[in-house]
Design a protein around this ligand. Structure first.
Ligand code: UD1
Length: 343
């Protein structure tokens, strides 16, 4: 079976994807410098799969050590590139760190893929590239216009997409699948791997589960005066295990030589938008925990509403995100309970 290089493979989406790949029989080598993840994730993966992935503690920006990885594993047939810095606020404060990490690592990997004749890359992009789509483009499909990024983080996703397109244009053998994620949430049903936010979470779900676990006093809902049915923002929350499966589909598609374009782009979402208050209410229902919350002012830079049209991924990749939101929220809560030793 083919070997896949997964950068950022001990991270949140990376670790779930490694599990799916290994369960399909792929060999995996993870490259991760553990800057925002934990080595014990490998134990979780091993417990779920029954095999341990190879692991190299290397910064993807480090050409010399990445070269060593490509040389050491000559059977790598495709790369899934997750490794990146991802905190929007931090990227505003430290733009150069974001440009160095996120752009440099992709450039390094593409250079080495060309040197070592690895012809397939799957890249983690984000719905952030669409900004706030106008009403005519909701739900968002892949033809919606890219809008000026609202943060250096978002800009690195846009520039990286361009780097991939330019590199493919210049190298006929190279193929890429760009996956634009909506809002990944939840954890593996085993509760052996999940999201491990650093410090106070910025994202909604980890904040909700930490509030339910008693680590945070209350959830602040950022705005109820948006032009949405209940006034709170709307997002397309996608189960991380469903998202992970899309990566396996993307790899299979490339290894089978099926792509019709050198660079293919897919939106990965459920096709359903849920408001912050709907998420909160559903979480309370499935967990049975009452969560204190307060409506506060809007968060700067927030988008009012965005959700995916996943038709292209459904039809072309043969993939669908269909886990019910109740199960997804339950998985997030089970993971938080496990982390905190609750029950
Ligand atoms: C954020 C990033 C996006 C990134 C994504 C990764 C911003 C502006 N965008 O998206 O670039 O790709 O995370 O997952 O940061 N909310 C609350 N209270 C909270 C936290 C969040 O009400 O304590 C609300 C937000 O206002 C938003 C929704 O929950 O309406 C989701 O927020 P979040 O999880 O941070 O995701 P995004 O803002 O969509």
């Amino acid at each position: 079976m083919a070997r896949i290089l997964v950068t950022g493979g001990t991270g949140y989406i990376g670790s779930h994807t490694v599990v799916c790949l290994m369960q399909q029989g792929y060999d995996v080598v993870i490259v991760d410098n553990l800057s925002n993840s934990n080595i014990e994730v490998l134990d979780g993966i091993e417990k779920i799969v029954g095999r341990r992935p190879d692991f190299e503690n290397v910064n993807c920006n480090d050409y010399v050590n990445m070269e060593r990885v490509f040389t050491q594993y000559p059977d790598i047939q495709a790369v899934i590139h997750f490794a990146a810095s991802k905190a929007v606020g931090e990227s505003v404060e430290q733009p150069l760190m974001y440009y160095r990490n996120n752009l440099g690592s992709l450039v390094t990997i593409l250079e080495l893929m060309l040197v070592h004749n690895v012809p397939h890359i799957v890249f983690s992009s984000s719905c952030t590239v669409y900004g706030q789509p106008d009403k005519a483009h909701l739900p968002v499909d892949e033809t919606a216009p890219i809008q000026k990024a609202l943060s250096p983080y978002g800009n690195t996703k846009q520039i990286n997409e361009e780097i991939i397109c330019d590199t493919c244009h210049a190298n006929a053998n190279l193929h890429a699948i760009i996956l634009r994620y909506f809002n990944p949430i939840g954890a593996h049903p085993s509760a052996l791997i999940g999201e491990l936010p650093n410090g106070v979470p910025n994202n909604l779900l980890p904040f909700v589960t930490q509030t339910a676990a008693g680590l945070r006093d209350k959830l602040r809902v950022f705005g109820n005066d948006y032009n949405t049915p209940d006034g709170s923002c709307i997002r397309d929350y996608i189960y991380v295990v469903d998202l992970a499966k899309a990566h396996v589909k993307a790899v299979e598609r490339m290894l089978a030589g099926l792509p019709t374009d050198q660079v293919e782009v897919f939106n990965l979402g459920t096709g359903r938008g849920l408001s912050v208050l709907e998420i909160l209410r559903t979480f309370i229902k499935v967990s049975g925990i009452h969560i204190k919350y307060e409506i506060v002012g809007r968060r700067e830079g927030d988008i009012e509403q965005v959700w995916a049209n996943p038709k292209k991924a459904n039809e072309v990749l043969g993939w669908k995100a269909d886990t019910p939101i109740e199960d997804v929220l339950r998985s997030a809560w089970n993971w938080e309970k496990k982390l905190r030793g609750i029950e």
